[in-house]
Design a protein around this ligand. Structure first.
Ligand SMILES: [Zn+2]
Length: 845
């Protein structure tokens, strides 16, 4: 099979090199900022067999005129694998990108016929579902849409999101598999791009979704038509019926939601406040059916199947218990994954488990690093983009640790090696017959003990990985998971699944969830629940992960101790900060709203906290908290320019995690945020100096607060000036033309308003950014924080023209992502969307 391998001992090295090459090649292709011509990728695919052929010993001997030097053959095989991995991944990406949404169709109303795929999820804002498009028309003409779209059908009167105001109809009760004709307004997938942020566009790419859309169902729009049930989504339909029955049968809302999430993977059934507790205690991965959860389920199913199988001598004679355990565990895990929605993480995990399990069943005695590499290569063949998903690495490391340590399957394997005879004796006399009850109780106790021990090993091994991927380690999570993982995987999930056949069993499941809830809510109140680290550079992070795994390996303790020094660089690493006298602005990409992080050598300030996106999510949770965590920022002050929700939407989430931060704002005394923190009013003339950098509030005046009639919230926006001279910045919130003119008049004849960087007033609305104001500020850079295709049309075309006329470079967040400017290098604005560009990212037309 392997022409390189003349000696039998050489083949593992060759196979390992080929698989490693394949994975590295794919990983390398993922670094491309833009795709190349398909022919380049095809050429690389053709290059692979050529390189591989050169690895034959006789060829190498001919070339070097002596015996093959050590490692040259493996290196050639590695290169062949890389060429193949790079070429295949690139060719797949080109094929997928060719079905993207045509930019000309964005924002147009299309009449689309398609089938509802997967489980429709109802949220407070309305319905969300995936539509498999069959045909689409624009003004009667057929047009081509991406095959799969993420569709939202907003409930009437829900005005928080984007453009969908004035939509009257209540979403129809959709069922999986139904064919509908709907009027949709599509747009390209566009997420926010922040340093260390979640890559929403990559996530959608991995799901095979290339456009989002919402249902136009206003009074003027054609009526949505249900064209009948199809049988194209039987599993999803069964899941939906099951979920509905579960929600109807189980009275306790919280337990019903949790069971629906665990059995059919309907995460929307769990309420937001419950999610907060799951996140705070680090067990959210269990409820969201992550790869890690499937891995644990498979491992538990293996142990339980083996335990039951050993009770029957006849079954054991037919098929040895270890094999039956592996097969049973694998099948149960895959069946469960299908029921729970067959999400991309579940697919990857099942493939990984099947690779490892089938290899063991076939009796192959491969060294475990090779088995592990094969599992990784199999996942990369299914979905190369998994290499960039944190969930993949968590389950990959968990599978590795389970198989490398004395896990259920490994134990089964060693028992198998001891032969069938011993296997029989373990179910038969003497203990089996004399004390069947005591024997099985002892075995069960031993198994539970082993499970808890292995959980602990996995948790410890995953800890450095969690720091690398998420920049935090939940201390409470370590404690919570020790009971929550066995509780959920061994008790609640099996009971909930059994309830599908015998609904009364759900009663027991509810009692178990009550216990879990009691345990988690007690832990959630612990102070200092999470420890966070700044995200380290990748190389150091990988070193720490290797160190964590070394500590978990079944090797002598003095060898394990060698893992500890590998952890040190990550523990000690701190990101670079501006030197004294200098400062840095980071205008986060939060969509339609303001949020600017200002950092000096020792201090940090957040100017506004971004918008609220829906009842369930805001810029605080989604963008700012992860960003502050990744950069290891301890805020001294939060300034909320004014009360509008696109400026204070994320404030509660940020303040909750920054208890030491003081709050400055123009919000009125009765505002709910006043209850979270004592609010100091912004008043013109307030000044302070941080690390040699002066800060000054320029607006509003004290008298403005008591003016009658009361000024509009925009008119009270706090205006903050930072720095001096040519290296200064002006942050202005949503001030309007009148406030601009007042500022210009107040500082007439001075250059006090001059600033290198201006945060464009009111996101680029047409009224402010008056020529007089621009003349006074003379900014070199103008930063616009606005949403992609926002309904207000910000920044307005005349405003863009005014800045161009003034000789100012205008940068906007939809094109740039997060914008970073440093007073040391005033000539540069760094764009996260450009610096971190990959080919799946949306190119704003
Ligand atoms: Zn605003």
């Amino acid at each position: 099979m392997f022409s390189v391998a003349h000696r039998t001992s050489a083949w593992p090295r060759t196979v390992f090199a080929a698989l490693l090459g394949w994975v590295l090649g794919a990983a390398w292709q993922l670094q491309q900022p833009a795709l190349w011509s398909p022919w380049v990728y095809v050429s690389f695919m053709l290059l692979a067999p050529v390189l591989y052929a050169q690895a034959a010993p006789e060829k190498i001997a001919k070339f070097t005129r002596k015996a093959a030097p050590f490692g040259l053959a493996s290196a050639l095989v590695l290169l062949a694998g890389m060429a193949l991995g790079w070429g295949v991944t690139g060719a797949r990406a080109v094929a997928f990108a060719s079905t993207a949404l045509a930019p000309a169709l964005e924002g147009r109303d299309l009449r689309v016929t398609g089938v509802v795929e997967g489980l429709p999820q109802s949220t407070e804002a309305g319905l969300r579902f995936t539509l498999r498009v069959e045909q689409a028309r624009l003004d009667g003409q057929a047009v081509v849409l991406p095959p799969r779209m993420a569709v939202a059908w907003y409930a009437s009167g829900y005005a928080l999101l984007g453009e969908q105001t004035g939509l009257q109809r209540v979403p129809a009760p959709l069922q999986a598999g139904e064919r509908w004709q709907l009027t949709l307004r599509p747009r390209a997938p566009h997420g926010s791009m922040n340093p260390h942020g979640f890559d929403y566009e990559l996530w959608l790419w991995g799901q095979g979704v290339q456009a989002s859309a919402y249902v136009r169902a206003g009074p003027q729009d054609p009526v949505p038509l249900n064209l009948g049930q199809t049988w194209q989504a039987p599993v999803a339909l069964a899941r939906q019926l099951l979920r509905d029955r579960m929600l109807a049968t189980v009275e306790d809302r919280r337990a019903a939601g949790l069971l629906a999430a665990l059995v059919v993977g309907d995460q929307a059934a769990v309420e937001r406040s419950d999610w907060d507790v799951f996140r705070a205690t680090g067990v959210a991965h269990l409820i969201s059916i992550s790869g890690l959860h499937i891995t644990m389920f498979a491992w538990a199913a293996t142990l339980v199947t083996g335990m039951l199988w050993r009770r029957s001598r006849r079954l054991c004679l037919a098929l040895p218990a270890p094999s039956a355990a592996l097969l049973g565990g694998l099948l149960l895990a895959c069946a469960y994954s299908v029921l729970a929605g067959w999400g991309v993480p579940a697919q990857r995990t099942c493939l990984m488990l099947a690779t490892v399990g089938l290899l063991r069943l076939a009796g192959a005695r491969w060294p475990w690093p090779l088995v592990w590499m094969l599992a990784c290569a199999a996942v990369v063949a299914l979905d190369p983009w998994a290499l960039l998903q944190p969930g993949f690495w968590l389950s990959f490391v968990a599978v590795g640790v389970l198989f490398a340590t004395d896990s259920g399957a490994a134990r089964a394997d060693s028992t198998r090696a001891r032969g069938l005879k011993q296997e029989q004796s373990s179910v038969g006399p003497p203990q089996g017959r004399l004390a069947p009850l005591g024997g099985s109780a002892l075995r069960a106790a031993r198994s539970v003990g082993a499970m808890v021990r292995e959980q602990w090993i996995i948790t410890c091994a995953l800890a450095p990985l969690s720091v690398l991927l998420f920049g935090q380690l939940s201390v409470v999570g370590l404690v919570a998971n020790v009971l929550a993982i066995p509780g959920v995987t061994l008790l609640i999930t099996p009971l909930a699944l059994l309830g599908v056949l015998l609904p009364p069993v759900w009663g027991l499941a509810v009692q178990a969830t009550d216990l879990l809830w009691w345990w988690l809510s007690a832990l959630a109140t612990w102070p200092g629940a999470t420890v966070s680290w700044p995200l380290p550079p990748l190389g150091w992070g990988l070193m720490a992960v290797a160190g964590g795994m070394l500590c978990a390996l079944p090797v002598p303790w003095h060898l394990r101790a060698l893992g500890l020094p590998l952890l040190l660089p990550v523990v000690l690493w701190r990101p670079a900060l501006p030197p004294p006298g200098e400062f840095e602005l980071l205008a986060a990409d939060v969509g339609q709203g303001n949020a600017v992080l200002v950092r000096t050598a020792q201090h940090a300030l957040l100017f506004d906290a971004g918008p609220r996106y829906s009842l369930e999510s805001d810029a605080g949770h989604r963008v700012l908290v992860p960003l502050l965590r990744a950069l290891d920022v301890r805020l001294d002050t939060v300034v909320l320019s004014h009360r509008d929700s696109d400026h204070v939407g994320g404030a509660a989430a940020v303040l909750a995690l920054q208890p030491q931060a003081t709050l400055m704002s123009s919000i009125e005394p009765g505002h709910p945020l006043q209850q979270l923190r004592t609010v100091q009013r912004c008043e013109a003339g307030q000044r302070w100096v941080w690390d040699g950098v002066p800060f000054e509030v320029l607006h509003p005046q004290v008298a403005d607060y008591d003016a009658r009639p009361a000024p509009k919230p925009n008119a009270l926006s706090c205006v903050l000036r930072i720095g001096t001279g040519a290296q200064s910045a002006l942050l202005v919130g949503d001030i309007e033309a009148a406030q601009e003119l007042r500022l210009v008049q107040a500082w007439q004849g001075t250059d006090h308003l001059r600033a290198a960087v201006l945060l464009v007033p009111h996101h680029g609305s047409n009224t402010p950014s008056t020529p007089e104001f621009l003349q006074a500020v003379q900014p070199q850079w103008a930063l616009v924080q606005a949403g992609y295709r926002n309904r207000f049309g910000h920044p307005a075309a005349p405003v863009v023209a005014r800045y161009a006329e003034a000789g100012t470079d205008l940068v906007s967040s939809p094109r740039c992502g997060a914008m970073r400017w440093r007073s040391e290098q005033p000539q540069n604005v760094a764009c996260t969307r450009e610096d971190e560009r990959r080919y799946w990212h949306h190119l704003v037309p």
